[in-house]
Design a protein around this ligand. Structure first.
Ligand code: ZN
Length: 449
């Protein structure tokens, strides 16, 4: 939603619509015209762009261009203007967009014609891009097969620092962050593309740009998926009609979330954990995590990490621990959507402590700062959410927030003052059953899964 007119929102989008659709078994039409509901994928994408305030759409075509021109026409059906650019030899995604040099003067969006992103809020992505003064912003998200995906690494400010392209070495430890193939380009970025040269944006161009342009990662929970196989398109049809997962994951929808404490809850409790090698996921914990992934409920980690303030763990060690956690989950095809940590600690007097982190902050649980930050970023509805934890700090935070509490009984220790109706368990499989009942009672339909 364009809630703030102070931003110079883009009016132009580019759709890479050159795909053949061989894997979809299409012979009479190109891939972007695959039927989804009563519309083709490309019509859905254009309707979405028009709804996002786009006025001009460039369609970059290669295979059966006339079929696409017949269906889409001049764009007046959606109140927009279309322009077609037909490449005669395939140029790759970079060469294709480079054809637009001189034709676009402002920031613009780039989307792929084989992607479904019909509920993505582009304006929110643009506000991020603008506030970061980025040259290129990539939409990113975790997925259920990170070990064979091209991965993105970003720092705490969301600046992209590395691209890790597949195939990956066997023991790669990674953050589950994948390029979702929706981009914002500045005119400066466009000017850096090389014309008449076959190159892929993600594999050939972006890695080179890290040294010369400001490239940022905008991490999103919204439903954005490549639907290039018959199985995937069938799944999309079901989800749009029955579970309505794509609609529910939209930023505009107040959404349910499971907040996980980390130590003793997601991972085995280790006193003062600071080495990634000592981190191990709790038995079967991927089962409830993956269940939530599949029904479109967020998994958010909130963890107090006072070891940073106390000076016995570095920020780099904490990053390594979280990578190990994401890798172990990712190798089992699950993911957490976001990780918030509090590095502070209120009591001074530890040898080697980091003075500026020795503060009475707003984020150390049972304070609610991390939860409020998540709510603000992802539009979380606390009344449909749960906090899973193993300590009285978790219990107190849940009570302050009005979030349901689930007690894990084999973590840090016994929890004081537990209310009689709180679900307690040490069994991840029982936790999954509890989630299933709870979210069904909150009106989340997942019967088609
Ligand atoms: Zn804090």
């Amino acid at each position: 939603m364009r809630t703030d007119s102070a931003y110079p929102y883009p009016q132009t989008a580019v759709i890479l619509a050159g795909g053949k659709g061989t894997r979809l078994g299409l012979t009479d039409r190109p891939k972007p015209l695959v039927p989804v509901d009563h519309r083709s994928l490309l019509e859905i994408q254009i309707e979405w762009l028009a709804g996002q305030g786009i006025k001009n759409v460039f369609l970059l075509l290669n295979y059966m261009p006339e079929k696409i021109q017949d269906v889409i026409g001049d764009g007046s059906r959606w109140g927009i203007k279309t322009q077609y650019v037909i490449e005669h030899d395939p140029l790759g995604t970079s060469g294709a967009v480079a054809q637009l040099k001189g034709k676009i003067k402002d920031d613009f969006y780039v989307v792929y014609g084989d992607l479904f992103s019909g509920f993505l809020d582009l304006s929110a992505m643009y506000r991020f891009h603008y506030d970061k003064q980025a040259d290129v912003t990539l939409l990113t998200h975790p997925n259920d097969h990170p070990y064979d995906s091209d991965l993105v690494e970003a720092n705490d400010d969301h600046r992209v620092t590395h691209f890790l392209t597949k195939p990956h070495p066997q023991n790669l430890v990674y953050s589950n962050l994948v390029n979702a193939a929706v981009y914002i380009f500045s005119p400066k970025a466009l000017s850096h593309l090389e014309e008449n040269k076959f190159q892929d944006l993600a594999r050939d161009v972006f890695p080179r740009w890290l040294n010369i342009l400001n490239v940022f990662s905008y991490k999103s929970f919204e439903y954005v998926k490549d639907i290039g196989t018959p199985d995937r398109i069938e799944k999309l049809r079901k989800e749009l009609t029955f579970s309505k997962t794509p609609q529910r994951k939209a930023l505009s929808q107040p959404k349910p979330c499971v907040f996980w404490d980390r130590d003793g809850t997601l991972v085995d409790y280790v006193v003062d954990l600071k080495n990634a090698d000592d981190l191990h996921l709790k038995k079967d914990i991927e089962v409830p995590v993956k269940f939530l992934n599949s029904i479109g409920v967020m998994n958010v980690v909130t963890t107090n990490q006072p070891g940073i303030a106390k000076g016995y763990m570095t920020h780099a060690q904490l990053t390594a621990i979280h990578k190990k956690m994401e890798t172990e989950l990712g190798n089992r095809r699950g993911w957490v959507d976001e990780i918030y940590f509090c590095p502070h600690h209120p009591e001074k007097g530890f040898a080697g402590e980091v003075k500026e982190l020795k503060i009475d902050c707003d984020c150390r649980k049972p304070k609610t700062g991390m939860f409020l930050q998540a709510k603000d970023a992802y539009n979380i509805d606390f009344s449909k959410s749960l906090l899973v934890g193993d300590s009285h700090r978790d219990r107190m935070a849940a009570e302050k927030l009005g979030v349901g509490f689930v007690a894990i009984t084999d973590g840090e220790g016994k929890i004081d003052d537990l209310r009689p109706n709180v679900f307690e368990t040490s069994d991840a499989l029982k936790l999954k059953e509890f989630f299933a009942k709870y979210f069904k009672s909150k009106g989340i339909n997942y019967d088609s899964h």
